[in-house]
Design a protein around this ligand. Structure first.
Ligand code: ADP
Length: 271
């Protein structure tokens, strides 16, 4: 799309119209470029698992592999299919976010309750890796106006990452907090950490630090990009502090929808 209208430098209505149209063309071009890039990235990400599945299936079909090799081949196929399922799920979430349709209607919910549910679920996952989650809930009950599901997804993304990038027998600390206007949660781990250079990039779609790429339970590289979209739709933000080899601390902040009203969400009504 190389269409631009020439400016005559006369500063009249016609010139103004041309400028407006040109800036519209700029935006269309940018959006189009993003879509193309995203499609290219997504195809690239799908290529490896498809290749692994194909190679294994061909081998199992052609050769007469021993029992152990057969089991390994099938396990590989399963692992890659699971990865593809995750990837497709994440891609669909992002596609919905791009259309600004992450969820339909905003609701008022208690942050603590929604977050606590996710922590309880994550404890089981963490225990499988011998990781302990220490939970420090805020004393105050605070409310958020937003999408409860998306908020929970946000919590899952940060907690799952903390688990995934931590060694066995380590500890993850999660906490909720609130101030007069804001509330949110922190997730801190003693995992592999993230270098200052990478800290800006990890929120980009498909970006993975090299070390993470070789991880056994590979992620899709889309978790934090989804987190960023969810935060944008809630006017929230995230800060990261991290040191390679020591661990990471993610702090998520969202605007509060209430002001110190000590009651439960079912009694609250949106204004
Ligand atoms: P992935 O599915 O690869 O985890 P994310 O978008 O969730 O994708 O994260 C992007 C990258 O950021 C990860 O691949 C990893 O390199 C890095 N990362 C995210 N969270 C952590 C963490 N808690 N500790 C260390 N590295 C992390």
């Amino acid at each position: 799309l190389q269409l631009r209208l020439p400016l005559r430098g006369t500063n009249d209505e016609l010139d103004f119209l041309s400028k407006t149209l040109n800036s519209m063309f700029d935006r269309i071009e940018l959006a189009y470029g993003r879509v193309m890039q995203f499609t290219a990235d997504a195809s690239h990400e799908l290529r490896t698992p498809v290749a692994v599945i194909r190679a294994n299936a061909e081998y199992l079909l052609m050769e007469k592999p021993d029992e152990e090799r057969t089991a390994r081949g099938i396990a590989d196929i399963l692992k890659e299919s699971e990865f593809m399922t995750r990837l497709v799920g994440d891609l669909l979430t992002l596609a919905r976010a791009d259309r600004d349709q992450l969820s339909l209607e905003k609701e008022l919910f208690e942050m603590e309750e929604a977050f606590g549910e996710i922590v309880a679920r994550s404890e089981i996952l963490a225990a499988l890796q011998e990781i302990r989650i220490v939970y420090q809930p805020a004393r105050r009950v605070v409310a958020i106006s937003g999408y409860r599901n998306d908020f929970q997804r946000l919590a899952v993304i940060f907690i799952d990452n903390a688990i995934r990038y931590s060694p066995r027998n380590s500890q993850i600390t999660v906490a909720t907090w609130s101030t007069a206007d804001e509330c949110g949660f922190t997730v801190s781990d003693h995992g592999i950490g993230i270098s200052p250079d990478d800290q800006d990039k990890i929120f980009e779609r498909f970006y993975r630090v090299d070390q993470a790429r070789t991880q056994r339970d590979a992620g899709t590289g889309l978790g934090l990009a989804i987190a960023k979209e969810i935060l944008a739709s809630h006017m929230g933000r995230v800060a990261v502090e991290s040191e390679v080899g020591r661990g990471s601390l993610f702090t998520v902040s969202l605007p509060r929808a209430d002001r110190d009203i000590p009651q439960s969400a079912d009694k609250m009504r949106p204004q």
